[in-house]
Design a protein around this ligand. Structure first.
Ligand SMILES: [Zn+2]
Length: 370
């Protein structure tokens, strides 16, 4: 492992990530997020714009072109989940930016046709069989472009018509990684399906899953009809049930954590899903992180918040490690790092979140009061 001070491009944050408390209708919640995080939303749009411009040679896409493409996805979101289109509308109004730009952020993976090989996240969970205090714990490292690290915040929401939730997000993205008051946590890992199409954007699908009241409805929402593509949705229930729902545009599979733990990174695990994985040879570091996290989890019979946090700081296969660093500034489409890491204690309804790389930054605790 490199000495701490020698890791380049690894900011140290002296404050916890901002906590934004919102309530009401979806457009009202969006507006409250947009107003409180105007700077973060505007900054993330500027970052996305720069990213698209700098990748013009590969994508042949301008920022205006990206917005035109994004608009094609909107009717599918509006038809199935108008409330989340409203949330995006509210974010745009509150942050004083164009609605199209917020939509573009939320459809970014689709309009870049996944050439943007980012969000190489690592997720894992342990249930009451595997923790010293019998709590159910879920851990996630969020890997994304370094510039958006400044735009990270936590949303504590009390929607008028849906379960309260606590979630992490950044810039103008709909919150989707977190847990709700019905004891369901969701962790998202990007996967790379070859059957993508125009449909309901992945982030809108994931936002809907976070609002589910039962595990079965969370699964049903993950594989909603007319979806554009798919993520891996790791679903953790307070009962200790652990699922990975692997999704593409046309297929899906359910994996169940039978030994008290579950790991997922950015490649499909189910044989039928592997058939629709594009460029599996580009996902080698995802496999390395997957096996590494599995082994580290197996090494101890009983885990705790601290032992999961230790795994989140792991540097094997640096810099494409679980604690991911952007040490080389090379291809704009490949630059990514861990911008936050969280351990959710679903039993205690708490999120312990670290802003930036967990090897360099402290965790802060947020509680969901529902
Ligand atoms: Zn690190």
């Amino acid at each position: 492992m490199l000495p701490k001070t020698e890791i380049p491009n690894t900011p140290v944050h002296t404050t916890p990530p901002p906590l934004i408390q919102v309530n009401g209708t979806h457009v009202e919640m969006g507006r409250q997020i947009g107003e409180a995080c105007r700077q973060q939303v505007q900054h993330s749009i500027a970052n996305a714009h720069v990213l698209i411009d700098s990748a013009y040679d590969q994508l042949e896409l301008t920022w205006e072109g990206a917005q035109i493409q994004s608009r094609k996805y909107l009717p599918f979101a509006e038809e199935r989940y108008p409330q989340y289109a409203d949330e995006m509308r509210g974010i745009a109004e509150g942050a004083n930016v164009a609605f199209d730009e917020v939509v573009t952020l939320n459809v970014m993976e689709a309009v870049t046709t996944d050439a943007l090989h980012l969000t190489r996240c690592t997720s894992f969970a342990v249930n009451e069989q595997r923790t010293a205090d019998g709590h159910v714990l879920a851990a996630h490292n969020e890997d994304w472009i370094p510039e958006d690290e400044d735009d990270v915040y936590v949303v504590s929401a009390k929607p008028q018509d849906e379960p309260p939730f606590l979630a992490m997000t950044y810039g103008g993205l709909l919150p989707n990684v977190g847990f709700n008051a019905f004891g369901i946590a969701q962790l998202i890992d990007s996967v790379y399906p070859s059957d993508s199409r125009i449909g309901i954007p992945r982030l809108v699908v994931a936002r809907a899953v976070l609002a589910a009241r039962r595990v079965s409805s969370a699964i049903g929402r993950a594989w909603v009809h007319h979806r554009a593509a798919g993520y891996n949705h790791m679903l953790i229930h307070e009962s200790g049930e652990l699922y990975s729902i692997e999704v593409s545009a046309l297929r899906s599979e359910i994996l169940h954590g039978t030994d008290g733990y579950l790991v997922h990174t950015n490649h499909y695990l189910a044989p039928t899903m592997k058939e629709v994985e594009s460029d599996p040879e580009e996902l080698i570091s995802s496999r390395v992180r997957y096996f590494r996290a599995n082994r580290l989890l197996r090494q101890s019979q009983t885990h705790s918040i601290k032992s999961l946090q230790a795994i989140q700081k792991d540097h094997v296969n640096f810099s494409n490690s679980i604690c991911n660093h952007a040490v080389e500034w090379t291809d704009p489409l490949d630059r990514e790092k861990t911008i936050n890491a969280m351990v959710i204690d679903l039993t205690a309804r708490e999120m312990h979140i670290c802003w930036g790389n967990p090897c360099q930054n402290a965790y802060h605790t947020y509680h969901l009061d529902a």
